[in-house]
Design a binder for this molecule. Structure first.
Ligand code: AMP
Ligand code: MG
Length: 380
């Protein structure tokens, strides 16, 4: 395909089309460049131009979005998409989300744009919502894991949005972590997992939301929630009326059942330690965790405890991680993955975590915690 036939034929695209490509060559290991962006988030365009050039040439760039850090590649370039799988160690049947910066880029990827999608886009784009569409044939199997649908999101983060615009191509960007590990919410997390494996990391500081985008399949009769996120089920139903929920969200799948979002079947977000999620009334939860933590310590194990601002005084022992405040659940989402990584860092052997109600943002929080715990949950 000619460069000019690809998505975006603006001045930037043409400017880059003439540039030589030094990136995207197969290499065992490479020097990963890290660029710290200005705190205004608007970075001198110089860094973003360099990043856009790498993307256009088939290389990999990690960048901040409002959800988590993404690992970007040209979504229309099968070889570039393959490099994402290699860098992450991601199973090749787990498709990627393609990111766009403007509404007129959507028809390049989506073969049909149902009315429900238009309504969701008007309310939630740019923002933390991914929609699944029937795909255009130009979207390679390497991006969609062989599916005839494509996942698309328009991020609101100014760095992400500008980068995609400058790249002039849709940008496939899964979370920039090693597959299975907690998603990165700070550039340091990306460095931990991706140093030496990708060309560039744009350091934009901490992300805002902290959990990955909501995914809704709008390619069928009834819209279906495939992954909960900051755009909540309640918000989707307010906009669309009926929205079904993929059973994969609510619990571990029975043997042989395939989730609609292929990625949901893999162990995810997992800290290295084994983790137990404890559900029940606050004082009882604390009593149970304290009792179990004491036993574990006596058996010579290092114990991590995930609690909240409200409950921290209930835990006299163990390595405490305060995940946020129950009265501001956004703080819990914001800190969730960083806390899991922190406990890895502290080399704990086991983790006991409090749990959360499953309404609104709580559904996304519990989905990530349940997966991190491998659905190891106890009611007290
Ligand atoms: P990540 O990029 O790591 O946030 O994961 C992307 C998620 O989107 C995975 O759970 C994928 O299975 C899901 N996904 C991507 N493309 C599709 C698609 N065409 N249909 C259903 N789910 C998808
Ligand atoms: Mg991910």
């Amino acid at each position: 395909m000619q460069e000019s036939e690809k998505l975006g034929t603006g001045a930037h695209t043409r400017a880059f089309a003439a540039g030589a490509c030094f990136y995207g060559k197969e290499k065992e290991s490479m020097n990963t460049k890290i660029i710290k962006l200005a705190s205004c988030g608007c970075a001198g365009d110089e860094a973003l131009l360099e990043a856009a050039q790498i993307l256009r040439c088939g290389g990999l760039v990690a960048f901040p979005t409002e959800t988590v850090y993404g690992l970007g590649a040209n979504a229309l370039d099968e070889d570039a998409a393959k490099k994402i799988y290699a860098a992450k160690g991601r199973p090749s049947d787990n498709p990627l989300i393609a990111h766009i910066s403007r509404m007129d880029e959507l028809p390049v990827l989506a073969a049909e744009i149902p009315e429900a999608a238009g309504r969701l886009a008007r309310r939630f784009w740019p923002g933390p919502l991914t929609m699944i569409f029937k795909k255009q044939s130009r979207v390679p199997d390497g991006t969609t894991g062989g599916l005839d649908t494509v996942a698309v999101r328009m991020p609101s983060d100014p760095v992400a949005n500008r980068l995609i615009q400058l790249a002039g191509v849709p940008v496939a960007a899964p979370s920039a972590n090693t597959s299975g590990r907690p998603s990165p919410t700070r550039a340091e997390h990306v460095v931990e997992d991706m140093d030496g494996k990708i060309e560039l990391i744009l350091d934009g500081g901490e992300v805002g939301i902290g959990v990955e985008s909501t995914i809704v399949d709008v390619s069928g009769e009834v819209p279906m929630l495939l992954r909960p996120g900051a755009v909540t089920l309640e918000m989707l139903r307010e906009t669309l009326g009926r929205v079904d929920v993929d059973p994969a969200i609510e619990g571990p799948l029975a043997e042989g059942v395939r989730p609609k979002a292929p990625g949901m079947k893999y162990r995810h977000y997992a800290p290295r330690a084994e983790m137990l999620l404890v559900e029940g009334e606050a004082e009882r939860v604390a009593a149970y965790i304290n009792h179990e933590a004491k036993k574990a310590k006596e058996a010579g194990r290092r114990v991590g405890i995930i609690c909240t601002e409200e409950s921290r005084r209930l835990y006299p022992e163990g390595i405490l991680e305060v995940i946020g405040s129950r009265s501001h659940e956004e703080t819990v989402a914001h800190n969730l993955f960083a806390v899991l990584r922190e406990l890895d860092e502290k080399a704990v052997d086991c983790i006991f975590s409090e749990s959360f109600s499953e309404d609104r943002l709580g559904q996304a929080i519990m989905n990530r915690l349940c997966k991190a715990a491998g659905y190891h949950i106890v009611q007290v």
